[in-house]
Design a protein around this ligand. Structure first.
Ligand SMILES: Nc1ncnc2c1ncn2[C@@H]1O[C@H](COP(=O)(O)OP(=O)(O)OP(=O)(O)O)[C@@H](O)[C@H]1O
Ligand SMILES: [Mg+2]
Length: 553
């Protein structure tokens, strides 16, 4: 990169091969990439939205409607497109739902910004206007939100059903919502009149087979491992649980070694000694009073046999995450040597049982010392259904948590967006010139949610929006787009409710992302590790077709 600087001598400040893209070009390229991402997910918004089938480089197929999942799997390349992926991930991390909406909203805010900039309004004016508008919108959400009881099951269920309305498994949302609400309430902890929910306490375990209605809440943990030996008990009550992260085998030497045995007696002595070592291991387990042992590594056949004789139940090769969950739930400490097993470090569960689920055997650890440890065992026809059910349950659990923690809800179907847009327009009227335009543009952008819902439901968006707007003028706060019946309805009467937090977070993240992209007027990209042979080189040239043209998504 060069600039004709001192005495006609170019001053080189960047490495050869660096791409630079400045001013309007840079901004437009970014905005375009971001909007393409938004367009791609738009059709999946709402209950009538489409699903996407994504095939990764290994040929694995994912069918989903979840915004964050779609974007994660899409593997986008452009930096601005990557930012959109991050926006939806942030939404997912913060509130767990609304990951499609946030991307659609960001795309629309950028689209409106382009129109403003075409009218020679400077990006900083747009940015200031957007930030101002965002603050107003958050205030409006607070004003219109309905305060609810944080532990009211009926309310929580409505919110869960709404979050699943747009998913492949929506037909089963009634049952799955019950499961989600029960699980959430069980792990909710009250602190000074407020509730906190740690969703990590809820373990999701999937097993294809059966039907989605067989999905249920387990008071404890489900471990996807069978009892290691057929003679071991399949049910242990009042279990003392040991967690071992070491193998119960005779360690093989790391280097090649040979043992010289010259007589049958020596041979016997050798075998006896080996057996004794294995017996000692089992004795240590028994002496520690352990009746159920979960081992992260392997267990020798002989050890299994001796343990079975002692009536000890054991499972081996557990996942690290399962071991950690067991430690949390049963109060056991994970020890790294058989010698360290002790009564003091053992955990407790009222019942440990191996059950046959479909073709597989799973181990259920129920009635744990920590009653807040629960699992949801997800069942369903095929692996893909079970996967999507897991993602949908994640959304349902998240929205239930959102409401338990911050008990404010709004009706859905685009009603809140229409209302805040209406209020924002009125606010904009009191502003001067250019900023007014930016704030009004923000208001229009908010309406992309009901507009998209209408489009996806096969309705005329212009008619639908104007009908909703006039209803809102008349004070019908929750007039929104009833996707399922293809008309404008009072969404509160349809029990379509969402956490206010989901809406607020979407507006916050979308404003942040769009203003961030608007602020960029210079893209400096280091050259790729391996430039294509014979491609344009260095100084002043712009290899790779970045400027003006659309960079790859
Ligand atoms: N029965 C319904 N009628 C109309 N709109 C609905 C209904 N149920 C849900 N919606 C609306 O659908 C939108 C949510 O759609 P969807 O769940 O597909 O996307 P998202 O929540 O933004 O993203 P994701 O769920 O993928 O994280 C919300 O605006 C919600 O109000
Ligand atoms: Mg959703």
């Amino acid at each position: 990169m060069s600039a004709s600087g001192y005495g006609g001598q170019p001053v080189i400040i960047l490495k050869e091969g660096t791409e630079r893209n400045r001013g309007t070009d840079a901004r437009n390229a970014n905005i375009m990439a971001a909007r393409i991402v938004a367009e791609a997910v738009k059709t999946s918004l709402g209950p009538k939205g489409m699903d996407k089938m994504l095939v990764d480089s290994f040929g694995d197929v994912t069918i989903t409607n979840d915004g964050a999942t779609m974007l994660k799997e899409m593997d986008v390349q452009h930096p601005a497109a990557k930012m959109m992926v991050e926006v939806s991930k942030t939404q997912d991390d913060e509130v767990g739902d609304g990951t499609t909406s946030v991307v659609v909203l960001t795309g629309e805010l950028l689209g409106k910004a382009v129109e403003l900039m075409a009218k020679k309004i400077h990006p900083t004016v747009v940015i200031d206007g957007y930030r101002d508008a965002q603050e107003q919108v958050l205030k409006y959400f607070e004003e219109i939100a309905i305060k609810v009881e944080p532990t009211d099951k009926a309310t929580l269920k409505k919110v869960c059903v709404t979050s699943m309305a747009s998913k492949l498994i929506s037909g089963y949302s009634d049952h799955l919502s019950d499961v989600a609400v029960d699980a959430t309430l069980q792990v909710a902890e009250e602190k000074d009149g407020k509730y906190e929910v740690d969703l990590d306490m809820i373990k999701l375990e999937k097993k294809p087979g059966g039907s989605l209605t067989d999905t249920n809440l387990i008071q404890g943990l489900v471990i996807d491992k069978e009892v290691v030996h057929s003679d071991m008990p399949k049910l242990v009550k009042d279990a003392k649980i040991g967690l071992l992260n070491a193998s119960m085998e005779i360690e093989k030497t790391e280097f090649d070694s040979k043992i010289h045995i010259e007589s049958p007696t020596e041979m016997q002595a050798y075998l006896d000694q080996e057996e004794q070592m294995l017996r000692d291991m089992v004795k240590k387990v028994k002496d520690a009073g352990i009746s159920v042992l979960f081992c992260q590594k392997g267990i020798d056949d002989m050890v299994q046999h001796f343990m079975a004789r002692e009536g000890i139940m054991a499972a081996r090769r557990l996942k690290k995450s399962d071991m950690e969950a067991l430690a949390k739930a049963t109060g056991a400490k994970i020890v790294t040597s058989v010698d360290d097993l002790s009564e003091a470090d053992a955990g407790y569960a009222a019942k440990v049982e191996e059950k046959k689920i479909g073709d597989d055997k799973l181990t259920f650890v129920e009635g744990c010392k920590n009653p807040k440890a629960v699992s949801v065992l997800i069942r369903g026809g095929t692996e893909r259904i079970v996967d999507e059910a897991e993602r949908s349950l994640h959304d349902a659990l998240s929205v239930a948590r959102d409401v338990v923690q911050e008990p404010k809800i709004v009706a859905g179907g685009g009603a809140p967006e229409i209302e805040v847009a209406r209020r924002l327009r009125r606010y904009a009227e009191g502003l001067a010139g250019r900023e007014r335009l930016a704030v009004s543009a923000f208001a229009e952008a908010m309406e992309v949610i009901p507009t998209t819902l209408a489009e996806n439901a096969g309705m005329d968006p212009i008619d639908a929006i104007s009908e909703m707007q006039s209803n809102h003028e008349k004070g019908e706060l929750w007039s929104g787009l009833n996707s399922l019946e293809g008309k404008v309805s009072d969404m509160s009467k349809l029990d379509v409710y969402e956490p206010m937090q989901v809406k607020a977070q979407a507006v916050k993240s979308a404003t942040e992302a769009s203003t961030m992209l608007l602020k960029i007027d210079d893209i400096i990209a280091a050259s790729k590790m391996k430039p294509p042979a014979g491609g344009p080189e260095g100084m002043g040239g712009m290899p790779g077709g970045m400027p003006g043209g659309m960079p790859p998504m």
